[in-house]
Design a binder for this molecule. Sequence first.
Ligand SMILES: [Zn+2]
Length: 229
Amino acid sequence: MAAGILVLGAVLGGLAWRWEGRASTAAAIRDASGVRWIIDAGHGGEDGGAVSPGGVVESRINLEIARRVDGIFGFCGEPALMLRTEDISLHDPEAVSLREKKASDLHNRAGTASSYPEATLLSVHQNMFQQSRYRGTQVFYAPTQGSQELAQVIQGVVRESLQPDNSRESKPIPDTVYLMNHIPNRAVLVECGFLSNPGEEGLLQDPNYQTKLAAAIAAGCLVGGSASS
Ligand SMILES: [Zn+2]
């Protein structure tokens, strides 16, 4: 984690001049619980999410990056809650088929997020496409207040700190993504990279790259976190 902290420090230091005004107004958005961030490692258990042609499963990479973000938030004193900390699905015991389990899992994630309406949801996923040439992080935002601004900040920090050639812009989340459209929270979904791109698939499995990416995402959250407060 030391490398991550160094990266985080460098990222925050590099951006500090630009965001000075905002950072100084970082009055915390807090509900009674104090939870400010809900970290959602996408998929889990039987639902592995995307699987690369080489057999790399999305859900595990999501968890690795989510854990690192959680560690950095902890180091920075930001109260965060992880929706899952293991390779499991969060469905109710009554769910039997994979379809039922997936629906129940997403319903439960939305329920937990909804019970902390003042917290920001950060959903971590990996992308996949038929053609292998596409790569790069892309941040999507929920249709809730402040989400677009936060997504723009995270997209910018990832570009400036890790992916200078990434010209992607943050985008509204499609309305087919259940969780992001059924919560009151400010929310962003980070597609960290493309498992369908062999180069990026390799990077996404590298613990050092996972830490750098987590640091950039966390830095974007912390810098952008004060924007709506
Ligand atoms: Zn996913």
